[in-house]
Design a protein around this ligand. Sequence first.
Ligand SMILES: Cc1cc2nc3c(=O)[nH]c(=O)nc-3n(C[C@H](O)[C@H](O)[C@H](O)COP(=O)(O)OP(=O)(O)OC[C@H]3O[C@@H](n4cnc5c(N)ncnc54)[C@H](O)[C@@H]3O)c2cc1C
Length: 429
Amino acid sequence: MEDILTDNTADNTVNNSTATEDIVIIGAGPAGAVVATLLNAKGYRVRILERQHFPRFSIGESLLPQCMEFLAEANMLDAVEQHVQEHHFQYKNGAAFVRGDSQSAFDFRQKFSEGRGTTYQVQRAPFDNVLAREAERQGVEITWGHTLVNIEFDGSDSTLTVADENQNNYTIKTRFVLDASGFGRVLPRLLELDRPSDFPARTSLFTHVEDNIPEGDFDREKILITVHHQHKDVWFWLIPFAHGRCSFGVVARSDFFDQFSDDLDERLAQILDSEPTLKKLLSNANFDTPAREISGYASNVSQLWGPGFALLGNAGEFLDPVFSSGVTIAMKSASLAASALDRQLQGEEVDWEAEYATPLRAGVDTFRAFVEAWYDGRFQDIIFAPKQSSEVRAMISSILAGYAWDTNNPYVKDSEHRINVLAELCQLA
Ligand SMILES: Cc1cc2nc3c(=O)[nH]c(=O)nc-3n(C[C@H](O)[C@H](O)[C@H](O)COP(=O)(O)OP(=O)(O)OC[C@H]3O[C@@H](n4cnc5c(N)ncnc54)[C@H](O)[C@@H]3O)c2cc1C
């Protein structure tokens, strides 16, 4: 089989000989690394195809405590802890919000749900690399630089066409494919499962800075979310790392950016200039990294699984960056898919809708209710309300910490109704 994987034939045709794998995973990001490690621990032959070589840049640097539970389940937490200092992972215990003169900070350790209350803010290049190398150390095979280009199903088994780095194609037969290709969205595109998101097209413009924020002016153990003082649907993130640097970005409807410079660095500077609180906080910052932009990332699919495949993480649905839920959802999907697939490969009848799609979507829908309420201002009215019940704050803190699947939490079970009632009460106060 190794011969086939390293076979560099000169033309682009599919080789006749074909390797066979129990499970093939597309992509070695957090969803792929975690699901591969969980299935490898159950004794399956697992191969990840990853089109890039790690470390590679990825956006999504503020983790939530809930995802530490999934790393623990996959026996990957020690690997992360061992690299905290080397890669400047920043201890994180909460989220702080600012809107004009109003401030509100949530400490995730004071939360309603069981489970860890702290996590890290990480540059994703080294973090994803730590997870992928740990998956390899535990026995997962990762084929780096190889891209899945086509899939053909024969019942639930499938034949994958993979391009190596010289654009030579070869095939792999497999019993099950887990698509963890993130924004690559490989199977949604190949199988025409893509559906538009309900959210309007938004753009994120971001960079990394040497922040030079004086000690005491900023709680580095929390992500800082600043709402634009004139536009409630425009917000900034400031995600501190442990070596005096921050990830800094702004999110708005795509047309908001039209009034600013075409040059991305100038554009980011102009938008920062329009927000006094943040401008002051970053007044000594050294903007030493070119700004980048990403647009239209919210996405959905018509189905999260089919005979012989399931979609994980961003290859399924991606909502919005505001509550830093992406990596947590990716790892939750990995955990659910690993247990459903294990049972199926042991010969049990598995209802993927009931055992994978429905439970995954339950938490995603909780986040969705909060994201919608963030952009229309209801959730902002709640968190900036002058008087707040500590009990309700603990329930909200749980969701901000990623515990969006804990149905003991009334704000999970009945998110939309609870948010509406609370927002109305806050407006009356
Ligand atoms: C602006 C913005 C800010 C965000 N901020 C946060 C945040 O603070 N916290 C958070 O948790 N989330 C955040 N997210 C979301 C986060 O980026 C993603 O949810 C997360 O990275 C998803 O992980 P994944 O494993 O599904 O995919 P990824 O991490 O994207 O990994 C997918 C992998 O698949 C590989 N791949 C793609 N196509 C192929 C192919 N054809 N063959 C082989 N390999 C392939 C890619 O190279 C990649 O390595 C943010 C998103 C955006 C847009």
